[in-house]
Design a protein around this ligand. Structure first.
Ligand code: SDX
Length: 393
């Protein structure tokens, strides 16, 4: 209303911007990046090509693709002094906290990001650097936690293979990337690449709206994604499924708990602010889980529990009435686990996938010269009152 302020907690009915990047249709379960369906992209494209599409708006020609991947390969190393920051973290540090700190430290190592008059040429340098270095920082965070020596990038490998080698290679043995694993991970990264104005993308936009650097904005996005209601759900889902398995696999008991208003338990990986139908990503990931575990010869009882949970929930009137379906986080952890990725790294994988979406949205917000984000409030505190000296309180 003009003049009056309406409060919309969680912005459930508030649009924050106009965007040309990603299209979501929650009722019909449709997701498109720059007009291309994720079904098409997951099947026919690869993560770096989708990254180019999200950031530049078009699928690259062969020449553009080679130039893009080549520029990223030239920047995959991180400054050796970052190792000192890494070593400052106790070994039980959650890798999401390490990652957001290392990304923020890029403002110190790569000052082009802090130049207030930064040109688009400098911004593009920052974009290439963070795309190139995030996998290295993510793998180093994991190695630091494991107490293992870090691995340097191997530019004879593609983006996803390079990450897997930095994550899993150890000096004592040769390491060959399994193409089934690399292909599955690449597909998962595509499916996580953007999702319009979700919590972490909105965070990146609002931090960037003050003209803070790209690195500072992405670091903020990583922290927003960390929450269990957002990207942290993929870790929470596996922990929940493991608990149900340890508790005898009684899914009905947990469905009942999820419906009980007095019970704080939530069915993690279920429900979504926008999708009131199946999350199209969950459909693809569920199918991929069967395919990948089959090709790797893995039989994971937790997958069976997940399927049973979904089957029972989708027949339960509470979930049907509230339109709670599995979301992107419900099955993704089962594939990450099959790929050998530890649970604490699941949300880091989400961040790696979402990075191009965050970059594309930050760039769009800056190109459109959007104003600084500064909402109002309705004040409900005390009226004016006089100071009372401490002797009289
Ligand atoms: C992601 O926004 C995005 O696009 C996010 C994301 C992306 O790609 O960026 O898709 C990634 O974050 C997926 C969501 C991952 N989170 C989880 O799986 C956590 C569990 N889900 C919920 O916490 C919840 O569904 C949210 C956070 C996803 C959505 O929350 P909303 O839109 O604020 O909805 P709500 O919490 O108000 O729930 C509506 C009702 C409530 O009941 P009432 O108060 O109306 O009686 O549904 C109930 C909730 O209690 N409900 C659930 C439930 N989710 C919602 N009840 C049991 N189990 C659940 N999982």
């Amino acid at each position: 209303q003009s003049g009056a302020i309406t409060i919309d907690p969680g912005f459930k009915n508030t649009g924050s911007t106009k965007s040309e990047i990603t299209y979501l249709d929650g009722e019909n379960g449709i997701l498109r990046y720059r007009g291309y369906s994720i079904e098409d992209l997951a099947e026919k494209s690869n993560f770096l090509e989708v990254t180019y599409l999200l950031i530049h708006g078009e699928l690259p020609t062969k020449a553009q693709y080679d130039e893009f991947t080549g520029s990223i390969q030239n920047h995959t190393m991180i400054h050796e002094d970052m190792r000192k920051i890494l070593e400052g973290f106790p070994s039980n540090s959650h890798p999401m906290g390490v990652l957001s700190s290392l990304v923020c430290s890029m403002t110190a190592f790569y000052p082009e990001s802090l130049d207030p008059n930064r040109s688009w040429e400098k911004v593009n340098m920052s974009i290439v650097r963070i795309l190139a270095k995030l996998p290295t920082m993510a793998a180093w965070a994991y190695k630091n936690e494991q107490g293992h020596p870090v691995n340097y990038p191997d530019n004879s490998l593609n983006y996803t293979e390079n990450f897997l080698k930095m994550m899993f290679a150890v000096p004592a043995e040769d390491f060959e990337v399994d193409p089934v694993v690399a292909d599955a991970l690449d597909k998962l990264l595509i499916l996580h690449a953007d999702h319009e104005q979700n919590c972490s993308a909105s965070t990146v936009r609002i931090v960037g709206s003050s003209h803070a650097s790209l690195y500072a904005s992405i670091s903020a996005g990583i922290n927003a994604l960390w929450g269990p209601l957002h990207g942290g759900a993929n870790q929470a889902v596996i922990e929940m499924l493991e608990n149900i398995k340890a508790d005898g696999g009684d899914v009905e008991k947990y469905i009942k708990k999820a419906k009980d208003k007095n019970d704080p338990f939530r069915l993690m990986g279920f429900g979504h602010r926008v999708y009131k139908n199946f999350d199209p990503r969950a459909k693809i990931i569920k199918k991929a889980a069967d395919d990948v575990l089959g090709r790797l010869g893995i039989n994971d009882p937790v997958l069976d529990i997940a399927k049973k949970l979904e089957e029972v929930a989708l027949k339960d009137e509470y979930f049907v009435e509230k339109k709670l379906y599995p979301n992107v986080d419900f099955y993704s952890g089962i594939i990450y686990r099959a790929l050998g990725i530890p649970t604490k790294m699941f949300t880091v994988m989400f961040a790696m996938g979402r990075l191009p979406g965050w970059i594309a949205q930050w760039k769009e917000m800056r190109e459109n010269q959007e104003p600084i984000g500064r909402p109002r409030q309705i004040y409900t505190g005390h009226n004016q009152r006089d100071y009372v000296d401490i002797k009289k309180r």
